[in-house]
Design a protein around this ligand. Sequence first.
Ligand code: ADP
Ligand code: MG
Length: 681
Amino acid sequence: MPHTRPPDRLDALRGVGPKLTEALHRLGIRHPKDLLFHLPSRYEDRTQLSTLAQLRTASPVLLEGRIVGHHLAPGRRPQAVLAFQDLSGRARIRLFHFSRAYLQTLERAVAVRVFGEPRWAQGGIEFIHPEIQAFRDSPPELDDSLTPVYPTTEGLTQPRLRDLIVQVLAAGPDAWALEELLSESHRNTRPPLWDALLALHCPARHTPSTPCVERLALEELLAHRLLLMERRQRLRAAQAPACTASPAARRELLSRLPFSLTAAQQRVIAEIDADLAQPEPMMRLLQGDVGSGKTLVAAMAALTVLRQGHQVALMAPTELLAEQHVREFTQWFTPLGIAVQWLAGSVKGRSRQHTLEVIASGQAQMVIGTHALFQEQVVFAKLGLVIIDEQHRFGVAQRLQLHEKGVGTVPHQLIMTATPIPRTLAMTQFADLDVSVIDTLPPGRTPIDTRLVAQARDQDVMTRLDAQLNDGGQVYWVCTLIEESEQLAAEAAQTRAQKLSEHLPHRRIGLVHGRMRSEDKATVMQAFAEGVLDILVATTVIEVGVNVPNANIMVIENPERLGLAQLHQLRGRVGRGRRESYCILLYGSELGRETMDRLTLIRDTLDGFALAEADLRLRGPGEVSGTRQTGELMLRVARLDLHSHLLEEVADLAHSLAADEHIKTQLLDRWIGHRESFAHV
Ligand code: ADP
Ligand code: MG
């Protein structure tokens, strides 16, 4: 029906009333045209029948046969268990939602078609509430194309959604005045937009071809990229306090340190200085391996802004790390007459009230804490710079929240990470940031000798530690998380501390884990830092940032539970002083080949960037960036693992199209529209 007028409202579509309109809105679909860009997340194949005898894998199949009996099984939820039979054998079907009348209809049917995933249970093949269609006569022809499966929401079934999309497609390309936004040269050899859309919504017997998928992925990535660029531009247009560095204060701070800045630190500080001197907000990511000296760089940036009369906030991912920063900054800044203030979730009652007051009055100049800093009640008098340590734990949304803490102006932002950000992520989630890299470690570091030892030999390890401790070093003994449970890890750490004190009764042993009160943790850490303790048994809470140069041995129990980047972070706690340093990976029994390869890799590689790339290959981008859980960057067709080769092209295109408001508006409308988007915050 190419010449009828296209529906211009959702409720002009066949079968759409207020309820469905609401459901569609929840999916970000406001106009019939939006349905064109609501793309399938996968496909089901109902183009051919299988037989029970043929089944080998758990992928979904279509079967045809009869229901030859049923019984009701008692249980927490009552179930109907149906006996299904085809020409080749029998299987069970379990239903949780059924009525007596429905069961009768099924049994009376001449034939049923069942679509679902087979499971191999005791006594044969089973289907758990598959789709069932019953026929009174012989069943119709099979589908001649794959069935798309769409992301959907409550109250909107797949068949209904498919029907709506078919209606919209039937109106034809002219009805929607879909512009081909990418010129032919931009598209290379990829098909036109409409052809690509058709291929994804109505695939033939095979999943859509790569050029069709890429045609759409390219547009989608481009839309996200343009949005990031726009956001960045908007931010740049905001006012930030222009601050020039104060060499005298810097010299004074540095003169009290036992070392001088490395060339890499100086270069990065200069890059930050140039940003801070501008009246627009800095947005800079500082990358540097564990122990590369990021904190001092942050202090230099803070000093510049503080000297200009503005406040600085430093946010750390854990209380422990925040406390360590407080100690360090207090030591550096107090002689310069700068007040350092601490705020975390555990600061309560009257002392919290007081803290909020001094932050609001501006009396607190350098404010250090956890994400508690960015709660609504925290109001800064004159915030000029926000520093975030170990960025990968914070999402883009949190990053943006901070901007709102400035009054009248927007604070500068410095984000620090020890985990190198792989290229794919750098070009998507982080495309709005400038990047500085500290590429060399301070001199005088000793390379860490990493060894793999089977856990069964933990007695030997404890005995050898004793000999090592005679030379005056200190030991971290780390117990990793069991099934993501800090509770279990804490118990493991307690047990280990117990064993160590039985085995080495003359050694001073401390224990920290995430279930302790933060004052208690701080006390133990402080004792370790001061050399009062020989061995610190800890859960992975010490992972980031803790700095005790005299510690030279790290034992990690069950390292197989951690990713490479995390192991590297942990290991970086030692090798900070002049003593020979060791990392003992005490691995569990019966590890797979892949796990052993991973541990061997960390044993033989000291370069954090090389490890991060390997980690990305082994675990995929979501795990590495920590964004998997937060579900940021919601893409419909593009996939970072499959389409990273498009990113250069996307960056070029974004550059050449950024000034074209018409194209930009249309792309954003198509791909971002009213959806919740990471870039839309
Ligand atoms: P990270 O980059 O992991 O945050 P830190 O800032 O904690 O590293 O620095 C690690 C250690 O290196 C600290 O003890 C710090 O005082 C020291 N350090 C920093 N800069 C230098 C330098 N230029 N020369 C020697 N030691 C340095
Ligand atoms: Mg650090």
